[in-house]
Ligand binder design. Structure first.
Ligand code: AHG
Ligand code: MN
Ligand code: MN
Length: 319
């Protein structure tokens, strides 16, 4: 018999969040609804006017794609109507979006509505990444988001590829669900995702190699000498999903253009680091554990070395 993500979350909730009284599962059903809406638009890109730039520049200084805007609006709408949500933080919004439920809202949801925007128009996999934090009692506004990643209640992503797969953890394992278009539900397809202890791929944008710190270059040369192959899609979610299933290592090192790394801590590195560790892998910023970093800003960037235990531990020996 099939198990949908809703059923799975209810099972998890009964075991993990007995006091959640449905608020946790209601929040995640808002997430699955929004990602189904986003998937429906992506699937019709080219048939409907969803390709190309929306013409605005976001807080990141990047040109917003139409699908970035649509995805963001879908998530703000579907999550903003859930009683348990106190605040939303999005890559596309300079400030947190506070829902005036300062007493009832238990959770803060942080998300990258559309990851891999540069790949939308060329039909390459893109994704949505999310992270769920509990709002500390009596804490409101940005302060409620400034929590290290180890405090996440849940995290996950949807990778919109040849199939759309919803992957999440609530701190007790990693589970994957494939969208069955015939019934419009995410159905359990990976009941216990584990990252291989070692892989054969490394994943990095080699165009920036000349500006990587030297120990990154030495490390990558060592992997090449061992016969590793290179895979780089340019959508973090897709590069992570491959690393989760096949093992290996993903890196976004400090570069001249992004001396602190390009990826955002709160809605890219933290949720994927939580998933990586739950699946038996590791995630560091080049020296410290990603999940231990105390955030100072909602759009703060970080370097990232993430993947199988063997490859990340080998990197740590270089530092
Ligand atoms: P986003 O589309 O949400 O801005 O994220 C893009 C990120 C990430 O998906 C990917 O790993 C990285 O940018 C690629 O950066 P480069 O093109 O500099 O390699
Ligand atoms: Mn992104
Ligand atoms: Mn994005």
């Amino acid at each position: 018999m099939i198990v949908t993500v809703q059923q799975h979350i209810l099972q998890q909730q009964d075991e993990l969040f007995p006091t959640a009284r449905g608020s946790f599962s209601s929040l995640l059903s808002g997430m699955t609804l929004a990602t189904k809406m986003i998937q429906a638009k992506i699937r019709r890109a080219g048939l409907v006017d969803i390709i190309g730039s929306a013409g605005d520049i976001n807080v990141q200084g990047e040109t917003q794609q139409k699908l970035d805007v649509y995805a963001n609006q879908a998530l703000l709408h579907c999550l903003g109507t859930r009683e348990s949500v106190a605040m939303l933080v999005s890559e596309e919004n300079a400030q947190p979006v506070t829902i005036d439920r300062s007493e009832t809202g238990k959770y803060v949801v942080v998300f990258d509505p559309l990851d891999g925007s540069s790949n939308i128009d060329v039909n390459v996999s893109v994704g949505t990444i999310f992270s769920i934090l509990r709002r500390p009692d009596g804490v409101h506004g940005e302060a409620a988001v400034m929590q290290p990643g180890w405090k996440q209640v849940a995290a996950g992503y949807v990778v919109y590829g040849s199939s759309s797969i919803f992957v999440y953890t609530a701190g007790h394992g990693v589970f994957g669900f494939t969208l069955d278009p015939d019934i419009g539900a995410f159905v359990l397809s990976y009941p216990n995702l584990r990252m291989p202890d070692r892989g054969t791929y490394y994943s990095v944008n080699e165009a920036n190699a000349d500006s990587f710190p030297v120990h990154y270059r030495e490390y990558l040369g060592g992997l090449r000498a061992k016969g590793y192959s290179s895979r780089y899609i340019g959508s973090l979610v897709a590069d992570f999903h491959r690393t989760l299933l096949k093992g290996g290592v993903f890196l976004y090192p400090p570069t001249e253009k992004n001396p602190k790394g390009k990826l955002r801590l709160l809605y890219e590195a933290n949720p994927l680091a939580f998933l990586a560790e739950q699946a038996g892998g590791l995630a560091i910023d080049g020296s410290q554990r990603i999940l231990d970093i105390q955030p100072e800003g909602i759009h703060q960037r970080t370097a990232l070395v993430m993947g199988s235990r063997a490859e990340v531990e080998e990197f740590e020996k270089k530092t």
